[in-house]
Ligand binder design. Structure first.
Ligand code: NAD
Ligand code: DAU
Length: 352
């Protein structure tokens, strides 16, 4: 058996591949376009493993994807590939439509053609697992119930709208053509190999480099944080036992305001690597202009995946965030190296 993992050189896709290759001999074909967010260094721990093959390519390249399917006859495709940063989608939405909508559409078409040509058990066992986000549900008020799977879709950013579109395509390919699909909608992830444009790694790296720690608006926006390895463990459960055509929400039961997250990171750094002048890293906190259309609160009701598939997060926020800060302290070179291409221009555009 073989699986194909797209977006495998990014933050979550690479975690999935490292976990899968580390715990099974099943061949993994990992496909990634290596955009600014994709780096082979995330796959270094599995690059020399005989069960792992990396392919540089685009999910929208039907010729390449069809060839991979015909050659490797996978039992599943897991689609992590996406443009994933909300702020980038606000400044330049086109790439989000190209990859998240058109790319997913083309991948689905290749999967459909391949699956329709299968027979017997291979056909019955094939799965297309689409990795999506809680942002498709829009925003919550402070007393609203967390997002459940039957919440309506109300995406508010170009990013979440493009992910919502991809989720709808996946749903339609199941309903119309019978393609055996599964969709997961997860909350905010954090952990090693997170590209330092996202809040947690950006704050860690800026703190260590003596730069401002930018907080959008009043910093009271709430996210539900989940350690990345818990997310990839959940995806494995869904792949192995999820009901066809179903969606599964994944979250950490761990709502925190952005300002609290940043203060927590600062106090861990104060403890692990105190500043020479004795001041706290929190003195670098700077309030900056808010993100346009900024969603106020996300929270996930993760009872369905627990009830049906027995998944629960293993990491608490306290253990996960400490591990994450420690990882960045020992892997500062990784963060510096991945931010070499075009990153300075991005910071200039976004933060002035
Ligand atoms: P990421 O930006 O770190 O990685 C995305 C990867 O996809 C990169 O390696 C990039 O090179 C690759 N890619 C982009 N366009 C491609 C294309 N056209 N063809 C092939 N590869 C392409 O993103 P991430 O944080 O790892 O997110 C992975 C998936 O999980 C995304 O679908 C995202 O929407 C979803 N998600 C992310 C989070 C989160 O907190 N990061 C939470 C829930 C869901
Ligand atoms: O909810 C899941 C989503 O989480 C994923 O689908 C996205 O791919 C992922 O990027 C993430 O989106 P967010 O926009 O929530 O993540 P980000 O790290 O960009 O921001 C987290 C919060 O921190 C958000 O409220 C914006 C705020 N923020 C972010 C940055 C980069 C700041 O206050 N300052 C910053 O400099």
């Amino acid at each position: 058996m073989t699986i194909i993992v797209t977006g495998s050189a990014g933050f979550i896709g690479s975690c999935y591949v490292r976990q899968h290759v580390g715990s099974s001999d099943e061949p993994v074909i990992s496909l990634d376009a290596l955009t600014y967010a994709g780096h082979l260094s995330t796959l270094l721990p599995v690059m020399d493993k005989p069960s792992h093959t990396f392919v540089h390519g685009n999910i929208g390249d039907k010729g390449l994807v069809s060839k991979l399917l015909a050659e490797h006859k996978p039992r599943a495709i897991l689609n992590f590939a996406a443009e994933s940063h909300v702020d980038r989608s606000i400044l330049g939405p086109e790439e989000f439509i190209q990859t998240n909508v058109l790319g997913t559409f083309r991948l689905l078409e290749c999967a459909r053609e391949y699956w329709q040509g299968l027979e017997g058990e291979a056909k019955a066992n094939f799965r297309f697992l689409h990795v999506s986000t809680d942002e498709v549900y829009g925003t919550l008020g402070k007393d609203d119930a967390p997002f459940a799977e039957d919440n309506k879709y109300e995406p508010n950013s170009p990013y979440s709208a493009s992910k919502a579109a991809s989720d709808h395509l996946v749903r339609a390919w199941h309903h119309t053509y019978g393609l055996p699909v599964l969709t997961t909608n997860c909350s905010n992830n954090y952990g090693p190999y997170h590209f330092p444009e996202k809040l947690i790694p950006l704050v860690i790296m800026n703190a260590l480099n003596g730069k401002p720690l930018p907080i959008y608006g009043d910093g009271q926006q709430i996210r539900d944080w989940l350690y990345v390895e818990d997310h990839t463990r959940a995806i494995r459960r869904v792949l192995e036992g999820g009901r066809l055509g179903e969606t599964y929400n994944i979250g950490g039961w761990n709502e925190k305001a952005n300002l609290d997250i940043v203060n927590t990171i600062c106090s861990i750094l104060d403890d692990l690597q105190p500043k020479a002048d004795g001041s706290s890293y929190a003195s670098q906190i700077t309030f900056v202009k808010d993100r346009p259309g900024h969603d106020r609160r996300y929270a996930i009701d993760a009872r369905k995946i627990e009830r049906e598939l027995g998944w629960k997060p293993e990491e608490t926020f306290e253990t996960g965030i400490r591990k994450t800060v420690e990882w960045y302290l020992t892997n500062q070179q990784w963060a510096t190296q991945v931010t070499e291409k075009g990153y300075r221009e991005w910071l200039e555009k976004q933060y002035g």
